[in-house]
Design a protein around this ligand. Sequence first.
Ligand SMILES: [Zn+2]
Length: 181
Amino acid sequence: MIQFSIFQKFPDIQHGIATRHSERDQKHDVVAQQVHGTRFAWVDGPRLQPVPGVDALLTDTPGVRVRIGTSDCVPIIVYEPRTRRGGIIHAGFKGTTQEILAAVLQEFSARHVYLGIGPAVGPECYDDIDIQKENLMQALQAGVPRSHIEVMRFCTKCHSDTFYSYRAGDHINFGTYFELL
Ligand SMILES: [Zn+2]
């Protein structure tokens, strides 16, 4: 599992991004249907079915491990240590242009949240569209301090030996995981 440095100072959460090699060993309590929209859900316990119609899962309940799957879109972990709430967002091209991150940030105090922007297809492999950078701009515009944001600057297609990449021919995704301890 790959982890963001920025969350290392918070021992009360567990997070990680699975690779091609570690994905099958991961467990989760809740997944989302992921429809490339801007809706999100707060979850407080395990769900047998994917939460319908949402692209972000948020929780304030310890022990609930949420999963968002991506294979070129951006997974974004959000955590607000002051209130011990957080979760994961799925932002593809549509979710990014429709500003799902900005929608989710309205649930939090922007200047107190920390963000991890995960691996995604890079502009060199995606018509010059830089979805990581677009989400970074949205976060800054919402008032998240730059020092609270880490961007994991890997292109999933260029690094498809590590990550599943739709554009490299994969039809399954890798998970980003988040849990409050
Ligand atoms: Zn690339």
